[in-house]
Design a protein around this ligand. Structure first.
Ligand SMILES: Cc1cc2nc3c(=O)[nH]c(=O)nc-3n(C[C@H](O)[C@H](O)[C@H](O)COP(=O)(O)OP(=O)(O)OC[C@H]3O[C@@H](n4cnc5c(N)ncnc54)[C@H](O)[C@@H]3O)c2cc1C
Length: 422
């Protein structure tokens, strides 16, 4: 055990959530040791630019670093990169890293994130077949896209579509393969998906729905083609598999901590990010009891990696506050910034605010008179009032919502003044 004089907070996983946890702990008053261990060679960085500006060639992953080297020294954060934690011994309050070195903890925070899901078919080991999760993946892919050629995206989710847009910008011929009958099936309504599909097709992307890959085919170890279930074959110099993430829970599971193994996966926490006494989990790897939604969720988003660490630090420092809120996610594709508020769910009615032809508009999904989810197309300025309306679970006149001359700010102010219905 750590001595009473100097306690140790050990954070496993040096991604965005891990780094933010270290910062939040220090800022909120943790005076003792903070050790941040990550298995990647890079110090903590943000992933969103990897599929966007990095692939477009306009920035490097290094520019996405969360803190510079001096920050770790100034804040007395011990950062160890290329350090994989192999075992958690919860009872003994010890973690063991590769090579057998052990560290004691008084507080343990798991921020192990996700890894890219793969597809189960022949040829995934060919050169030119890759996934995109890390800075290393992005550097490799950026290099490959630089030579143009035929690029096939396996999966019409956010990563696939962002890579498609970046590859088009690099002059590649791009095909997106999606097994479902719409793009982004898990995340957005068909209305939003159709709009995105039109944008991509307009830029020359061949989008194939209901298409399943059965093999990657190559010559002398290099990818040459992608074969589909209908027997057809697409020429391919590069194939990027973007079929979702798998939360890294194995470490927690082996240590006997509660994990969801049947559903979306994740290390189970309460609404204070707590897994067990003195053990916490934050970010993509956690399935937390969302205090606002009133049910467990696992989110793979930049915002969750920012905010969950704040909540965990509060709980660790003895001032717990329920964590949760209206989920927010964004994606950038071509000249479109799309922001999403709320989780996909069945809605009774969809309103469109402003003219889609103008390029800046909103779609609002209504359920029982309340906004359940919203999509903002180049309309980020409306995020704040919309989020407030959703948060308040306000019942709003649909005519006012659909009317661009009625400011959402005003509606949010009125709803806040009226207080929560029910
Ligand atoms: C290409 C890409 C684009 C994205 N774009 C957007 C976007 O536009 N908007 C948005 O909202 N979100 C976006 N996201 C999602 C967002 O980046 C993630 O939700 C966020 O990075 C999660 O942070 P995390 O720290 O929980 O996990 P991660 O960033 O995955 O970090 C976890 C770290 O822990 C390490 N680790 C795992 N196991 C161990 C172990 N045993 N020992 C040591 N280290 C370990 C991992 O290697 C990793 O470095 C994007 C993600 C990707 C991959």
């Amino acid at each position: 055990m750590g001595s009473m004089a100097t306690r140790s907070a050990v954070i496993v996983g040096a991604g965005q959530a891990g780094a933010r946890t270290a910062a939040a702990l220090r800022k909120q008053g943790w005076q003792d040791r903070i050790l941040l261990l990550g298995d990647e060679p890079d110090p903590p960085y943000e992933r969103p630019p990897l599929s966007k500006d990095v692939l477009a060639g306009s920035t490097s992953p290094e520019n996405g670093r969360i803190y510079g080297p001096e920050w770790y020294a100034d804040n007395a954060i011990e950062l160890r990169t290329s350090a994989r934690v192999e075992t958690l011994e919860i009872g003994a309050r010890r973690i063991v890293s590769g090579g057998g070195s052990a560290e004691n903890f008084d507080i343990l925070v798991l921020a192990t994130g996700c890894r890219a899901r793969t597809v189960d078919c022949p040829g995934t080991g060919l050169e030119g077949v890759l996934s995109l999760r890390t800075a290393r993946d992005a550097r490799r892919l950026e290099h490959l896209l630089g030579s143009g050629g035929d690029v096939v995206l396996v999966g019409g989710g956010f990563i696939g579509l962002e890579v498609a847009a970046s590859a088009v910008a690099r002059g590649c011929r791009v095909t997106v393969l999606e097994t479902q009958t719409q793009l982004l099936e898990r995340a957005v309504s068909s209305h939003v998906a159709d709009h995105l599909a039109r944008r991509h097709r307009h830029r020359g992307v061949d989008i194939r729905l209901g298409a399943r890959v059965v093999a990657f085919e190559g010559r002398i170890g290099r990818l040459r083609a992608v074969r589909l279930a209908d027997g057809s074959c697409l020429p391919a110099d590069v194939a990027v598999v973007g079929v979702g993430g798998i939360p890294n829970v194995e470490l927690a599971q082996a240590a006997g901590l509660s994990c969801d193994t049947a559903g979306v996966g994740g290390i189970l926490t309460d609404s204070h990010c707590r897994v067990a006494d003195d053990v916490y989990a934050v970010g993509d790897c956690a399935r937390f009891d969302d205090a606002w939604l009133g049910r467990p969720v696992r989110l793979e988003s930049w915002e969750n990696a920012e905010l969950a660490p704040q909540a965990a630090a509060k709980a660790i420092l003895g001032a717990p506050e329920g964590y949760g809120g209206v989920p927010w996610f964004w994606t950038d594709q071509y000249d479109l910034n799309l922001q999403l508020l709320g989780l996909k769910q069945p809605v009774e009615r969809v309103l469109v605010r402003c003219d889609p032809e103008s390029g800046s508009f909103l779609t609002l999904g209504l359920s029982e008179g309340r906004i359940a989810m919203a999509a903002l197309f180049n309309a980020g300025r409306e995020r704040r009032p919309l989020k407030q309306l959703i948060e308040l679970r306000a019942i709003v006149d649909p005519r006012a919502l659909a009317d661009p001359d009625t400011p959402l700010k005003r509606l949010a102010k009125e709803a806040a003044a009226n207080g929560k219905p029910d």
